[in-house]
Design a protein around this ligand. Sequence first.
Ligand code: GLU
Length: 310
Amino acid sequence: MQPAPAVFRFAPSPNGELHLGHAYSVLVNHRMAREAGGEFLLRIEDIDQARCTREYERQIEDDLTFLGVDWDVAPRRQSEHFADYAAALEALADAELIYPGFMSRGEIRAFAQRYEDDEGTRWPRDPDGAPLYPALDRDLSSRQRERKMRDGERFAWRLDTAKAVAMLGTLTFAETGLAPEAGGGEVVAKPLEWGDVVLGRMETPTSYHLSVVVDDAVQGVTHVVRGRDLFPATSIHRLLQALLGLPVPRYHHHELILGPDGRKLSKSAGDTAIRALREAGLGAEDIRRMVGLPAAPPAGSLSRESSARG
Ligand code: GLU
């Protein structure tokens, strides 16, 4: 029997143009997939329907083709699979692992500020620098919750992270991108650093964290290759995989391509956008050189003869 193929994926959000950072990420990812004789999938992470557009999606596919990246099956578009995420959210609700959090982002910030003014110590921040959810309403009775919801108060479904961690104990994942001295190897997940993250919203029954773990499982992803900025989020992903009984891919978090100011490139990166570089007459080889990658292997030398999944 043939061993199951390795499955890699690139998962951009169509809320802006791809830039040099994406080019580096997808080229490393695609190359690793082809060298492993694996499949390479494209997933369109468009749950934020207010910011994602089909126009950006088309442009992403066009830029990838220009870069020489191909994918093996039709892209999975997250906005077409809300029922999958809703089912996962429901399973977590049945296990009493999520609760409605009624504080808005502004209220959380104001709470942290008040705490810092009163106590003279810093309110804890998550790895992205946002104040942790105060979780005051984690302890509301079900009657109080229902009343607030009936009164139309806005809320988001939040994970009771401490409860989940107490249930599951220590979890680890394999990290091949970062050297052991930089935190790689078999990594112990630290989901408590994130506090009670949002897993669903009133209008959208999911969040980035929830849909990414559901989709990696649905698509049979075995290798997640992405930027180092998402390394801390892997701790939450690992916890959700354990809660939902999903398989755990291997992770490879690569270095980021930084702008001249030493900061991460953003979606509004202007002249680092692949589109702008193409319009300025640069070719795929120029882009490879700009992100420090060697010339592309000769056409066909690494591509799969046929796709196992069609
Ligand atoms: N959609 C995410 C982004 O564009 C990437 C998610 C992932 O690779 O896990 O940053």
